[in-house]
Design a protein around this ligand. Sequence first.
Ligand code: ADP
Length: 359
Amino acid sequence: MANVRLEDIKRRFNNVTAIEDISFEIPDGEFWVLVGPSGCGKSTILRTIAGLETATSGKLFIGDRLMNNIPARQRDVAMVFQNYALYPHMTVAENIAFGMQMRKVDRKVIQDRVLNVARSLSLEHLLDRKPKQLSGGQQQRVALGRAIARQPQVFLLDEPLSNLDAQLRDDTRAELKQLHQNVGITTVYVTHDQVEAMTLADQIVVLNRGRIQQIGDPQSIYANPANQMVASFLGNPPMNILPAIAQYEGFNVSGQLLEIPTTLQAKLQLHQGKSVDLGIRPEHITINTDSAAITENSALLSVEVKVVEPLGRETLIRASVPDSSVLLNVQVGGAVRLHPGDRLSLQLDLNHLFVFDST
Ligand code: ADP
């Protein structure tokens, strides 16, 4: 096992800069997730660590050894891709053993390790099967097992769950997390799926257009996003974004004034007179039924219900702000008697209001 350190890595393809200013250090044994929209540079970073891509500039260290000029096969990393190519003519056991056989690992050691890996991935009962006799999820677990069995210093995963259907993806995700808890190999995991990032990561690296937007643990990134891109990317449903103008006494949202109490004036003062984007998560909005009962540090906003989506445990309401194209997501517990066209007064918890520079 080893730590992984990137120092100011840049990769250019002809005139296109795929990634730049990429610096972070993954401590030994941690699970880090690189997340961001398609084309933001996640795979390029992963492939650079693997040695499948060469950095245009910057330094890459694995376990304090400079890796820039070390070929992929000498880096002692294992990579799993989304299309998990198993050898079709080999059994599960043979597939898992293959990498070790190539490295001339002792036969008894191989046997033990295949069994251990199969146990940790619940594959023991499938060891004699061929890949075509397995489900997609089982095949992907074999691919993970094959990579882990080599006991690499670093484990690199590029969207390994994206070919699985929803239920299998959830199950395999949980297994992957457990596996990491058991074996503790330093892991870099690439995904565009914010749920995978939130649930798996010790630390998340959010990327956009080839640059790091924020690094942090899932909870702190969710609670304190560095900018609007991060705010909108993490969270499902995503954070609501309301274009507004900062005025003396509050934010003007399409003609409605969100009054800001003096205790929260700092949110307002920095932006006086400017166009801003207000951010608020669905769970920080409630439906106000009695304007006399408005709580401290909150403000009211009138909206019109557009769509009501009952989800069982809660209901998701999509509502529009009159005279604007802004749609808000509001999550309320249980069932509600609301219909499209109903007028609502929403109460926004201003303690959880973010103010971003207008994009
Ligand atoms: P992601 O994995 O986040 O989808 P990539 O790392 O694959 O993003 O790509 C980042 C950027 O670099 C994209 O604009 C992509 O088109 C470009 N890119 C990646 N690989 C190559 C390549 N081999 N040649 C030219 N451009 C590339």
